[in-house]
Write a protein that binds this ligand. Structure first.
Ligand SMILES: [Zn+2]
Ligand SMILES: [Zn+2]
Length: 378
């Protein structure tokens, strides 16, 4: 039944009306969208393709202290509308040519609209989507088929309900790390020790070899260049989940161009660059600690103290391609991610406890059989 009363315009309808044709199709005037796996924009209506001019762009890395001093290009460089999700905290930038009515990260429809242009630092580089929507759906189908210990009807009745490509925000940092370390290097040596034992009611004196450690103060230095230490700045995807679709091949990073976002969603970063550097420098310091531990001579060490300083720190804001998706199985929603560069897929799926129980019982039975076999039977 049709509702005759006109409801107030929703955010998505406004987005439709306010559509800005920044990348207009030469043939039909529709908005061109970035075509995954290519260097082209493509018209979804008439199929016209137009290659993206990459001749005039370059990506620069920034010094860390530039953050306070120098103004930066802000926003995504194309008309976007921001949606901040009340539920998960993610802010999604939605180009004018796509309609978004609910949060792509948590599925919540309680989203607030932000009409202001985002004042985020513009990304320097991104990895364009290589996996298109059809391949992402194909990945889902073969993934769900290949899972073990799942309900029999999972692949038959699980229904893909949502799949959206989102450029997710990251920071990468480069640094020259220099570490000085001090430690007690331990060298093992053996001493012969006499002791008294009781044998057949008599005390006897015996000897044994005992390991001792000689501690020698030692010190050293270690330096290394760290390239592209990657820090996730997403609020919508938990880092643990994101890590499951790692790695991204950062060699494929290309200078940012707004065209590459046309028709795709992007998340605005939720972690500012300085707090991100705090995390990155801790990660690098931990790697330096391990590198210094290897340098300590001897058989073992104690009291290792490492002092690491960073030099020539540079940073970039990076967008990486991720397909976010959800499927329904028996009225429950399960979420999964597809790496938009490599196609690696990870996600949640229901278990079949009956099958797991059976497998455990079978394994126990086999183990029992094996035990009797090696014991020569009962
Ligand atoms: Zn067209
Ligand atoms: Zn959300």
């Amino acid at each position: 039944m049709m509702d005759s009363k006109k409801a107030p315009m929703t955010a998505s309808e406004r987005t439709e009306t306010d559509r800005v044709r920044e990348f207009a199709c030469r043939s039909c005037g529709a908005t061109l969208v970035y075509h995954a796996g290519t260097r082209d924009l493509k018209c979804e209506y008439c199929g016209t393709e137009q290659s993206i001019d990459t001749s005039a762009v370059s990506a620069e890395e920034h010094e860390l202290d530039e953050l306070q001093k120098k103004p930066h290009a802000v926003g995504f460089g194309l008309e976007t509308r921001s949606f901040k999700c009340d539920n998960c905290g993610a802010t999604t930038a939605c180009p004018a040519n796509i309609v978004s009515t609910k949060c792509v990260f948590c599925g919540s429809s309680y989203v607030l609209t932000g009409d202001h242009p985002p004042d985020i630092i513009r990304p320097e580089t991104l990895i364009p989507f290589q996996v298109d929507k059809d391949s992402a759906i194909g990945k889902f189908r073969s993934w769900i088929r290949g899972l073990w210990f799942r309900p029999n009807d999972l692949k038959r009745i699980s229904r893909l309900s949502d799949i959206t490509g989102v450029y997710t925000p990251f920071w990468t940092f480069d640094s020259n790390a220099s570490s000085n370390w001090t430690a007690d290097a331990g060298y093992y040596y053996y001493e012969t020790e006499t002791y008294t034992a009781h044998e057949n009611g008599r005390s006897v004196t015996k000897t044994r070899q005992v390991q001792r450690t000689r501690w020698v103060p030692s010190s050293g230095a270690h330096t290394a260049f760290y390239d592209d230490e990657l820090i996730c700045a997403s609020a919508g995807i938990y880092f643990e989940m994101m890590q499951r679709v790692y790695p991204f091949d950062l060699k494929a990073l290309t200078p940012y161009q707004p065209e590459l976002l046309s028709g795709w969603l992007a998340e605005e970063y939720n972690v500012e660059p300085l707090p991100a550097w705090e995390i990155a420098s801790k990660n690098i310091n931990n790697k330096e600690y391990r590198a210094c531990a290897i340098q300590v001579p001897g058989d073992t060490h104690r009291n290792l103290r490492v002092n690491t300083t960073h030099d020539s720190i540079t940073w970039k804001h990076v967008l990486l391609p991720v397909w976010l998706a959800a499927y329904q199985y028996r009225a429950k929603t399960y979420r999964f991610l597809v790496n938009g560069q490599t196609g690696l897929i990870q996600g949640d799926a229901p278990w079949s406890w009956w099958k797991i129980g059976f497998a455990v019982a079978a394994a126990l039975a086999l183990a029992t059989l094996g035990y009797y076999f090696f014991q020569g039977g009962p």
